[in-house]
Design a protein around this ligand. Structure first.
Ligand code: IMP
Ligand code: MG
Length: 423
């Protein structure tokens, strides 16, 4: 029996959704502990495609319990819409398989409006956010002026708090030259969502405590990736939550000594959406992958920036998360490459670096030091077992896992459940 924290070891979009779906088979509960509907997990089951933003992908498996923890920021209208979408696709969703923490903060329309205004004001220095209001919602949480799910489901309290917050935020929006929000419109939309969500809202700390006491196995599903972490990522080009392993504890109320392993998910190459430094970014591999129809974002549809595998980054991710095992995804993306490069160090001026500099400006100046590997130039998407993989692909996988300081546990060769090789 073990409780697993799953994290992205790069800049998000590592294919966590698929790996989570795969691991959920042997778990009892799946917990989200940070982020909001900036995340997008794409899961393919039996030829059907599901894109989830806030609800853990465990919802797709009958009999599994899903929990949205206190560390998540929730857009109630979006999550109510996600529930309706799943119901329309004949997926059962009820308080029997989904609970939402009463301490989770609520994303409001002024958060989205401010996200947009701040990005606009930054001009060229923009972060490239998903414009889902994530930063301003976490900002309000830290400033202690946020509304929580427990407020949302108490109509009188909500009305009063919302009114004050809209007045305050309208003043800020006005200063930006943006349109103020109508209290009545926001209230109507949020009251409707609140009525739908109320049955799901609970003290999830107590629920999780009891589940663990009963010997249930829990999978903590990370959103985004290590280098988007508010503390450890490429600040300020980051998201506003702790995407690294510690976030699973603070964002769920499950103590650290209850965690048994940390599984890092990484692509066989690297991608990033939004702005910010990306040392191994490469136009050729970007064009190549986009030409295959790969690497378009699940949340915003934006083309992701692509580059070679960066072992300097994943080595650091190994440290900050305590990654024991890795799952390497999208191996098939490299199938037709004649030569595959792997970044093993950075050059910063005359200095050689084994770990990334903490400062984003310095990271942007780093030049990758590459190793070259001969590609396997054979399709891997039909491979079902380790033995089916070309020898060169096996060697590549083992090598990048070793460079990252972790044991290779899973290799993924396509988006379907069946295209997963367990070692
Ligand atoms: P925000 O989370 O919308 O504030 O965006 C901040 C940065 O994180 C931007 O670069 C986004 O593109 C990136 N980001 C946020 N969520 C995800 C995700 O789920 N996958 C990949 N990048 C993300
Ligand atoms: Mg994603």
């Amino acid at each position: 029996m073990s409780n697993t924290i799953l994290v992205g070891a790069q800049w998000g979009d590592e294919g966590k959704g698929k790996i989570i779906d795969f691991l959920t088979e042997s778990a009892d509960l799946v917990v989200r502990s940070q982020g909001g509907n900036n995340a997008g997990h794409t899961v393919l089951v039996g030829g059907k495609k599901y894109v989830l933003h806030l609800i853990p992908s465990g919802i797709l498996r009958p009999g599994k319990m899903c929990v949205i923890g206190n560390g998540v920021v929730i857009d109630p209208v979006a999550v109510a819409g996600e529930i309706d979408g799943l119901l329309a696709q004949k997926i059962k969703v009820s308080p029997k398989n989904l609970l939402i923490s009463d301490c989770a903060h609520v994303v409001l329309p002024y958060h989205r409006a401010l996200d947009e205004q701040r990005e606009f004001a930054k001009g060229k220095g923009k972060i490239g956010t998903t414009k889902r209001g994530i930063g301003p919602a976490y900002g309000d949480k830290a400033a202690r002026v946020g509304l929580r799910m427990s407020d949302l489901v108490q109509p009188e309290i909500f009305r009063e708090k919302l009114k004050r917050r809209i007045t305050d935020n309208n003043a800020v929006l006005k200063a930006f030259g943006a349109k103020p929000l109508s209290y009545q419109d926001v209230l109507a939309a949020y009251e409707a969502a609140a009525a739908k969500l109320a049955p799901f809202v609970a003290n999830t700390v107590v629920y999780l405590h009891n589940a663990l006491k009963a010997g249930k196995e829990v999978l903590f599903e990370g959103a985004q990736g290590t280098f988007l972490d508010i503390d450890h990522g490429t600040y300020p080009f980051v998201t506003s939550s702790n995407t690294t392993a510690g976030g699973a504890c603070t964002g769920s109320g499950v103590p650290p000594h209850r965690m048994d392993r940390v599984l890092g998910v990484m692509k066989a190459y690297t991608t990033r959406v939004g702005e910010g430094p990306f040392p191994t970014e490469n136009a050729e591999i970007s064009d190549f992958l986009h030409g295959l129809g790969r690497e378009f974002g699940a949340t915003t549809g934006r083309a992701r920036r692509c580059g070679w595998f960066d072992a300097v980054a994943t080595r650091y991710a190994g440290m900050v998360n305590g990654i024991d095992q890795v799952a390497v995804t999208n191996l098939d993306g490299l199938d037709s490459m004649a030569t595959i490069k792997v970044c093993v160090a950075y050059k910063l001026g005359r200095k050689k670096l084994e770990v990334p500099p903490s400062d984003s400006d310095l990271l942007a100046q780093c030049v990758p030091v590459y190793e070259e590997h001969a590609g396997w130039q054979t399709p891997t998407d039909q491979c079902k077992t380790w033995g089916d993989l070309p020898k060169k692909a096996q060697a590549y996988l083992r090598h990048i896992a070793k460079l990252s300081g972790a044991k290779l546990k899973i290799a993924s060769v396509g988006p379907n459940r069946e295209q997963t090789i367990l070692l």
